[in-house]
Every structure is written in C-alpha cells, then in structure tokens.
Design a protein around this ligand. Structure first.
Ligand code: ZN
Length: 243
C-alpha cells in the first residue's frame, strides 16, 4: 500500500500547492482521500483524473472538496476523447444530504459510507470514525490486510482516536496548530495532541498534515517529538509512504 501526498495545506492552498488530498495505491487500484483546492492540478503530475478508481471525502468543507466540481468536468470532457473513461464513485457521508447529492454527475456517482460498517473498496477495507469538527466529518482506518493507515480528516482531539488508531503503521493526522495554541473550538489538533494519540495508540509512524500558513513547520515536528518517539514527518507534495 503506497500513500502519496497530493495536498497538505489547511484551509486553502499556498501559491504552489493544494489543500487536503492523499492518493493511496495498491495492485493498480487508485483511491483518493479528499480533493481540496488545487488537488486536481497537482494530482495530474502523478495520474490522470480518469485513472482514479474511487474518491472518499471526509467532510464537505471547501478545503477538502473544492476540486470535486472540476474533477467532474475533467471526467466528462475526457469521456468525449476516450471511450474508456469510467464513472468514478465518490464516497461521502449523508449527514449533509444536499452536499452528498452534489457528488452525482455525468461521470461520477455519489456513494454512501457510514461509521457502522466496513467499506470494501478494491484491495482496501475502510472503517470510519466521526470526528470532533464544526461540521460532520469522518476519519478513516484503511487496511490492505498487511498494513494500516489511519487518516484523521479534520478533527479536534478526542479520546476515541486512541483505540481507532491502535497499532496502525501510519497515522496521517490533522496538525493545524502549534502546541501553545487553543485547538478545541476550531476542530483541529495541536502537535502535542496528535503526538499523544500516536504514543498511546502505539502507531509506528506519524505524518503531520493540514498544516498552518504561519510559523515554522519544523516546530510542529519538534513539539510532537517531545511526546512521541517514533518517526515523524511533515506532509509535503509528493511525499511517498509505503510501496
Ligand atoms: Zn474542515
């Protein structure tokens, strides 16, 4: 199972870059987690839009879904050029039904996930956990039977992350705040909160993402390292984990 970071900025993309989008591949199956602003532009350095087999959206904030509309345009236009362009399923929650319906288009189909059943998608089994966020949002535990990635989506700290992340090979965590900041009202986590989860869940590696547009990101790593002794990396475009 191979993860490639496509976009990692919190809130909006920097001048060069994208907000949340992560590509996971195995055995020729390509899954995209979230599709924020700039994600389609950046994705195309690695894959054509029509090579996506599925997309899963954690929630419907713009920095996670902004490029769904242009993905729909891209697939529709490509379908005129190539007969082989298939309809791409986009998985979302139905707590917000209006937002969910927007996932349907000529070459995309809205598909439901819930937090009470495991989703089987290509070679992956995916479970969901509702997060602590101003709008309904779900994190994901993705396994291929050998390795496990936990992606928090957007989330403030909650104890349920610890059992949900237990023994994961990688925790890809919302770290939008420095340790000294107050994170709880915003529905994001600080470096210390993320590191606490990583330590207590005994995850093998940690990638900090949904990064802020201020400060020095290496400070986030240094702060997390005071509580977590495993490998810590900052998300960056093109960062690959696994194989
Ligand atoms: Zn959000």
């Amino acid at each position: 199972m191979k993860l490639t970071v496509i976009g990692y900025w919190g809130g909006f993309p920097a001048a060069e870059g994208a907000s949340s989008a992560y590509m996971i591949e195995k055995e020729g199956f390509t899954l995209l987690l979230d599709m924020g602003s700039g994600a389609l532009m950046t994705l195309q350095k690695y894959k054509k839009a029509s090579e996506l087999d599925a997309v899963i959206l954690s929630h419907y904030h713009a920095d996670h879904i902004a490029d769904i509309g242009v993905l729909q345009h891209a697939l529709f236009v490509e379908s005129f050029i190539h007969d082989s362009v298939k309809t791409v399923p986009i998985y979302g929650h139905t707590v917000d039904r209006n937002a969910f319906r927007q996932l349907n288009d000529k070459k995309t189909e809205a598909m439901i996930y819930t937090d009470n059943e495991t989703l089987k998608l290509g070679p992956f089994f995916i479970r969901f956990l509702q997060t602590n966020h101003p709008v309904p949002c779900f994190g994901m535990r993705i396994t291929d039977g050998t390795h496990t990635i936990v992606y928090t989506g957007d989330s403030g700290y909650q104890n349920s992350w610890i059992p949900f992340s237990k023994d994961a090979d990688l925790l890809l965590a919302d770290c939008n705040f420095y340790a000294s900041q107050i994170s709880s009202d915003a529905g994001h986590m600080t470096s210390h909160e993320v590191a606490q989860i990583a330590t207590e869940a005994q995850v093998k590696e940690l990638i900090l993402t949904h990064l802020p547009h201020y400060g020095d990101h290496t400070q986030l790593v240094n702060e997390a390292a005071t509580l977590y002794s495993g490998k810590i990396q900052l998300a960056q475009e093109g960062l690959v984990w696994g194989s």
